[in-house]
Design a binder for this molecule. Structure first.
Ligand SMILES: Cc1ncc(COP(=O)(O)O)c(C=O)c1O
Length: 359
């Protein structure tokens, strides 16, 4: 019998970090950069109110787009909502890429850029970083006639470093105008540096930049799968043709509107992150574990100067029910990624680390 033939896809699929440990019930998961304080209590109230489960969702996420355009003072028609910013990345790649096109991503970067690019047949080129920071010069070095898209997150995952406002503007200037620059603002709410500006702020009016935003981080809605893209009308219109009709479910749309408007909860989450990140960084540095500055809700932990290896610490923490993200799939050597957790999570982490290091 001849089986129906499908394309050969030579791509390593996304492998999420582990979220369970056999034998341990109460785990502390600090591996996926999720929100430490969870979701605004107002969201939970709203969800309990009035959802009609039997009806299809609004295919255009109109109320949510209206809320986004109000909050960020941007144009309604230039917004597209997706099942996570993940789906927006998928649609961009589907729209722009054909086999043999080239895509540039930073050496250490969010895995979905390379995965969707490869699925669409493109070759992915990795631009070297300097001391875990994206280098504009190295990105430009990789440009060829075939370059179609440059993807980057700012601040970057998994490194937690960022390109300054003037560096990002410089990058756009130096790239050929027919190369799409995708700036992923996933962690923008956490950074408090004066020389930083989000992609949305810098490129609202650009004709060749697409911005990504997510509700999975500061808004605490990772499980509902919701994110959005912002870009030139022509591109957004074409993306809307590809987009599955009911890609964002009703619960996600409602929850996102409420989360977006709960300013005090957002403020509280940012403050929590900042205070704990500073405390945790101090502890880590004492044990000669090198980290990025506080720019995100996570740290990349580098063990090159530490008396223990990343593997050793990962195992020790897991034995105590704490999960950090291995950096093997990201190809960062001797490193782990740690998400800032709740008060209880962070206290437990610090306690266990002190035990491991006998301090
Ligand atoms: C840089 C970056 N972009 C996008 C995402 C995914 O976001 P979403 O949950 O909206 O698909 C992540 C998740 O970790 C991320 O780190």
């Amino acid at each position: 019998m001849n089986l129906p033939k499908f394309r050969k896809i030579r791509v390593q699929s996304y492998r999420p970090g582990i979220s369970r440990l056999s034998k341990i019930k109460n785990i502390v998961k600090l591996s996926a950069n999720e929100s430490a304080l969870g979701v605004s209590p107002k969201v939970k109230k709203e969800i309990n109110k009035k959802i009609n489960f039997s009806k299809y969702p609004d295919s255009k996420s109109n109320n949510l787009k209206l809320a986004i355009s109000k909050k960020f003072q941007c144009e309604f028609e230039k917004i597209i909502c997706g099942a996570g910013s993940d789906e927006i990345i998928q649609i961009i790649c589907q729209l722009f890429l054909k086999p043999k096109d080239e895509v540039i991503v930073p050496q250490y970067s969010f895995l979905m850029y390379r995965i969707y690019s490869k699925i669409n047949g493109a070759n992915v080129l990795f631009a070297k970083e300097n001391n875990y920071k994206i280098s504009v010069k190295e990105v430009i070095k990789k440009v060829s006639k075939k370059t179609k898209i440059v993807f980057l997150a700012n601040p970057n995952n998994p490194t937690g470093t960022y390109l300054k406002k003037n560096e990002l503007l410089q990058l756009r200037k130096k790239l050929r105008s027919n190369i799409l620059l995708v700036v992923d603002d996933a962690y923008n709410e956490y950074i408090q540096k004066r020389d930083y500006a989000s992609g949305l702020k810098l490129f609202k009016k650009s004709k060749n930049v697409l911005i990504l935003r997510t509700f999975s981080k500061i808004y605490g809605l990772a499980s509902l799968r919701i994110g959005w893209g912002y870009g030139p009308k022509k591109i957004i219109n074409a993306m809307n043709i590809i987009k599955p009709p009911f890609n964002v479910n009703t619960v996600a749309q409602l929850a996102a509107v409420v989360a977006l408007n709960d300013k005090s909860f957002i403020k509280k989450s940012i403050r929590h992150n900042f205070i704990w990140a500073k405390k945790i960084k101090k502890v880590l540095n004492k044990f000669n574990i090198i980290t990025n500055d506080v720019n995100t809700n996570f740290f990349l932990l580098n063990f090159n100067n530490c008396r223990y290896s990343a593997n050793y610490i990962q195992k020790k923490l897991e034995n105590n029910g704490i999960i950090l993200r291995s950096m093997q799939t990201y190809k960062v050597k001797n490193a782990l990624r740690l998400t800032i957790g709740s008060n209880a999570d962070n206290k437990k982490l610090i306690g266990i680390l002190k035990k491991i290091f006998n301090k």
